[in-house]
Write a protein that binds this ligand. Structure first.
Ligand code: NAP
Length: 489
């Protein structure tokens, strides 16, 4: 089979309808919307476009399935997740190709994301059977306190396009483990990976109505009535801070439990005593994962004045050598951005920084090829007034700024409304811990450019969100604590 034929056959075989109550259905209106390949700008396929009525049907199915699912044995739910974990690995080649076609990232990164996504299922399969409560004597004696955990109930899960599968399993895994049913709305740009996941979950034995998937290109119109319906008990959202804020307001109406994984503005700090080669490799990992389209992407690089020139030269050399191209092609390390608007924003931010005095060490110029490509770019001397100091770049642009003191760089790193993650490179353990404690983020990477790990609590402070996903506490986001007081005669 030619590469082109394989691409077409994978897209053709992928589910493209709504998944409601265990059945694949067209949208009630018959409407569809197009999914594009960002490496060509061409249409890959059309997907059913859920209407508000379809969304409500999905939530009604989830609500109807809730009590029976909550009553299933934790071990049975764990087994469903483990079967799905194995199926994801068995189908990793096909799923990776599908993800690369709809999202653009290189195949190796898509495989990495699917393995990461699957790991959430294994992690939460192990957590499902460890949920426990407590039994306590009241301080004044007599009464006893019995504390138990119960599923929150039907949950709305909204995910972004940048990690089309892992941002879903990070929510679906703990929801199933805890005994919650759900309605998932994947990003309109990348619904295919989530629909393929729904197929796998059904095969893994997840009962009808427990997981429902409603792609739509009118997210607000479909989701707001569900949020306000009174049938849903929780919203777990991953996406931008702007949309997160609006959703929090909507959730206030019915006082829904919320988990919010929002935007970031990560600082990447290199102290003069750092291993410079390791810091350059870490910078590439922190910047170039997903072509910079990650909430965890290093958005501001602060490098000590003594080493900034050497660091900039090495980084620019390595960034310039990264092969750019269609993610399906061998050896490609940098795929296209998700769409023309995303590329336009990156271009504007670079122009703005250059106009304010930044110098281009490599990249910065868009070519004429089809698709939404932007070259790996390194800027130095980026002033604090540049827009990219305050806005997510979401592209392969590394902006360097120098600093001279620890206090100065900590203050600069904290001077943002975001608080997701920061990275620091130093060989001084005291400094590493001192700075890590002073940084106002939910996560810190010390001498490492990637912090994501399903077994660790992922999440932010300030405008980067509420709650944690993964780790030992991820399942708590889908559990309520019930206290039962018992009078002892
Ligand atoms: P986005 O525009 O906020 O969209 C995220 C999701 O919300 C999509 O499914 C989107 O649907 C949906 N949505 C948009 N407007 C909505 C509305 N009014 N009501 C209900 N749903 C709505 O973000 P994005 O551009 O897809 O993703 C990038 C952002 O996500 C960045 O800010 C990034 O930092 C953040 N992110 C955070 C994390 C984290 O863990 N903290 C992880 C990954 C990404 P449509 O696709 O139809 O617009």
């Amino acid at each position: 089979m030619t590469d082109q034929a394989r691409e077409s056959s994978v897209v053709e075989a992928a589910p493209k309808q709504l998944f409601i109550n265990g059945k694949w259905t067209d949208a009630s209106s018959g409407a569809t919307f197009d999914v594009l390949d960002p490496s060509t700008g061409k249409v890959l396929c059309a997907v059913s476009d859920a209407s508000p009525e379809d969304g409500m049907a999905a939530l009604e199915a989830a609500a109807a399935a809730q009590s029976a699912f909550a009553a299933t044995a934790p071990r049975a739910r764990a087994d469903m997740l483990m079967r799905a974990f194995h199926l994801l690995h068995e189908r990793i080649d096909t799923l990776a190709l599908l993800m690369t076609l709809e999202m653009g990232k290189p195949l190796a990164e898509s495989r990495g994301e699917i393995a990461y996504a699957a790991e959430f299922f294994r992690h939460f399969a192990e957590e499902a059977v460890r949920v426990n409560g407590g039994y306590q004597v009241a301080p004044a004696g007599g009464a006893r306190f019995l504390v138990t955990k119960q599923p929150v109930g039907p949950s709305l899960l909204i995910t972004p396009w940048n990690f089309p599968m892992a941002m879903g399993t990070r929510k679906i895994g703990p929801a199933i483990a805890a005994g919650c049913t759900s309605v998932i709305k994947p990003a309109a740009q990348t619904p295919l990976s989530m629909l393929a996941l729904a197929e796998i979950l059904a095969e893994a034995g997840v009962p009808e109505g427990v997981v429902n998937v409603v792609p739509t290109d009118d997210a607000g119109a479909v989701m707001e009535p569900l949020i306000r319906s009174g049938l849903a008990r929780k919203l777990s959202f991953t996406g931008s801070t702007a949309v997160g804020r609006r959703l929090l307001e909507q959730c206030a109406d019915k006082v829904l439990r919320t988990s919010m994984e929002l935007g970031g503005n990560a600082a990447f700090i290199v102290f003069p005593d750092a291993d410079l080669d390791a810091a350059v490799d870490g910078a590439i990992a922190a910047k170039m994962r997903n072509s910079g389209e990650a909430c965890t992407a290093a958005n501001r690089m602060y490098v000590h004045a003594d080493v900034i020139d050497a660091f900039g030269t090495k980084l620019a050399e390595k960034m310039a050598a990264l092969p750019v191209g269609r993610g399906v092609d061998d050896g490609v390390r940098v795929g296209p951005l998700i769409d023309a608007a995303a590329r336009g924003k990156v271009r504007q931010l670079v122009t703005d920084a250059v106009e304010r005095g930044a110098k281009v060490l490599t990249g910065g110029e868009i070519g004429n090829e089809p698709g939404f490509f932007y070259p790996p770019t390194v800027l130095t001397g980026v002033p604090e007034s540049a827009r990219m100091r305050h806005e997510e770049i979401f592209g392969p642009v590394a902006p360097l700024t120098s600093f001279t003191s620890e206090e100065e760089v900590v203050a600069a790193a904290n001077d943002t409304e975001y608080g997701l993650v920061n990275y620091l490179y130093t060989n001084d353990l005291s400094r590493a811990l001192r700075v890590a404690e002073a940084l106002e983020t939910g996560m810190v990477g010390i001498n490492q450019g990637v912090v994501s790990n399903p077994a660790a609590p992922f999440g932010g402070v300030k405008a980067s969100g509420l709650g944690r996903e993964g780790g030992p506490t991820g399942i708590e986001e889908f559990l309520e604590t019930k206290y039962i007081g018992i009078a002892l005669a």
